[in-house]
Design a binder for this molecule. Structure first.
Ligand SMILES: *[C@@H]1O[C@H](CO)[C@@H](O)[C@H](O)[C@H]1NC(C)=O
Ligand SMILES: *[C@@H]1O[C@H](CO)[C@@H](O)[C@H](O)[C@H]1NC(C)=O
Ligand SMILES: *[C@@H]1O[C@H](CO)[C@@H](O)[C@H](O)[C@H]1NC(C)=O
Length: 421
């Protein structure tokens, strides 16, 4: 429905905009671009400018919004950082742009941009994510006046242990146009932005990438040194990672580089391609503890694959998983993709999580580069399972507990009635 409106409007715009070739005012725009908002009839349309300028006819006005504050400059580099988030630009009868809402006035041509590309905040949500009862549910996003709430990502996070249970987001979403009134954008993520949370990093110590690197490079164990590991975000989607840069301390995990740079990347590439035509919800998390090969007496417990620095320790998870779900009312498609995050596995396979590896039943996965390379152990052996099976193994797996209990209850009933027969 929305899609149709957008298409209709862009079609109308093409007709109207090309008919009106004489524009009186130009407002130049630079990255990071503000959001622009304009009323067309009964709808307000919000968009990011794809060009470096916006044209306005005499008497027209447009609103600009930057969560981080609007910056206005002129040709004479008269730069003013403004504490204002919103301003409106009006093309007057003398072809000058008048700014309303900012303490700035000039007859020069204006260039505007946002003072920072990230304007999101972390919020606690009373509405709980699935199977996240022991931890807390959070959303990262922003509240934009007149438009509503944009939620980029939701997380299930244990604030006592600083442990990420999982994160969820919509894969490769390109939402450049929003139409209001529309309720909460992205409310599909299952959280609400309620109570703003201060930056934990200012109060607690987290491993930085730099101290991880220093300790990693000093590690004497030759088995450790034979492979490469890094401390990087569990969100390897470039666009998302850039937007959530502030929160790396929440998302960083110890990756085996081969998995991250090969099969996990190939999976994301396949998903990105697929996301051009279908919308997917993705939950990501990690599971288990990777260990070093046992070289001494076999009665010693295996040594954890970890890096320590000044009292902080990060351990490599044994697996990284992504629960991928098609968001479509008419079609169902879902699977959990699980990658081995350890180079020391002797014969990696799927049996710890499920009876059948179902990656090949999803055509777009099977036919991708990922599909061809996913079983190569040196690139990070990766497989797929049904979510119901994985939910029995992984704590806090994002599947409502009720859904599982019904299946178990049905099975129990069956055995009971069989005993009576
Ligand atoms: C559109 O935006 C204007 C301000 O620019 C606001 O007054 C109006 O209520 C908005 N209309 C809708 C339908 O959201
Ligand atoms: C840490 O090491 C990785 C290589 O594994 C490098 O790409 C990264 O830039 C380093 N980061 C810092 C902060 O030194
Ligand atoms: C990994 O180790 C932690 C303690 O360090 C433990 O609580 C957890 O149960 C372990 N996970 C698995 C899957 O064995």
């Amino acid at each position: 429905m929305c899609k149709i409106i957008v298409q209709l409007l862009s079609f109308l715009c093409i007709i109207l905009c090309s008919a009106q070739t004489v524009h009186s005012c130009q407002l130049f725009v630079r990255d990071p671009s503000p959001l622009f908002s304009k009323t067309f009839g009964s709808k307000n349309i919000t968009f990011r400018s794809t060009e470096n300028h916006i044209k306005l006819n005499k008497g027209e006005s447009i609103q600009a919004y930057c969560g981080s504050g609007i910056v206005v400059t002129t040709n004479y580099n008269d730069q003013r950082h403004n504490q204002y988030k919103m301003a409106s630009f009006f093309c007057d009868e003398n072809n000058y742009i008048q700014i309303r809402g900012l303490d700035f006035d000039s007859t020069e041509e204006y260039t505007i941009y946002c003072s920072s590309s990230s304007s999101s905040s972390l919020y606690e949500s009373k509405k709980k994510l699935p199977n996240c009862d022991e931890a807390l549910s959070y959303g990262i996003g922003e509240k934009i006046p007149l438009i509503g709430t944009i939620i980029k990502l939701a997380i299930c996070y244990d604030i006592e242990t600083f442990e990420l249970k999982y994160a969820n987001y919509i894969a490769y979403e390109k939402k450049d146009i929003l139409i209001s009134p529309e309720q909460s954008v992205n409310s599909k993520l299952g959280v609400e932005l309620e109570q703003k949370v201060d930056d934990l990093q200012n109060y607690f110590d987290f491993m930085s990438q730099q101290s991880f690197n220093i300790s990693r490079d000093r590690e004497p164990n030759t088995f450790f040194r034979a492979f490469s590991f890094d401390f990087e975000s569990i969100l390897q989607d470039e666009q998302l990672r850039k937007q959530l840069d502030k929160w790396t301390y929440i998302f960083n995990i110890m990756w085996w580089s081969q998995l991250r740079q090969n099969n996990w990347r190939f999976f994301l590439d396949a998903l990105k391609e697929r996301a051009n035509s279908e919308k997917y919800m993705v939950f990501v998390g990690s599971y288990g503890n990777a260990t070093m090969p046992i070289t001494r007496s076999s009665s010693d417990p295996p040594e954890e694959l970890a890096v320590q620095s000044y009292g902080l320790k990060v351990s490599a998870p044994m697996f990284v998983w992504a629960y991928v779900k098609l968001l479509s009312p008419s079609k169902a498609e879902e699977f959990v993709l699980i990658g081995h995050n350890s180079p020391y596995m002797e014969s990696p396979d799927h049996t710890e999580f499920c009876t059948t590896d179902i990656c090949d039943s999803i055509l777009w996965l099977k036919e991708s580069k990922f599909g061809h390379l996913r079983r190569v152990p040196t690139l990070g052996y990766t497989f797929c399972c049904r979510a119901e099976e994985v939910a029995k193994i992984i704590d806090n797996f994002p599947m409502p507990k009720g859904a599982l209990e019904t299946t178990t209850a049905a099975a129990v009933d069956l055995t009971t009635s069989m005993t009576f027969l």
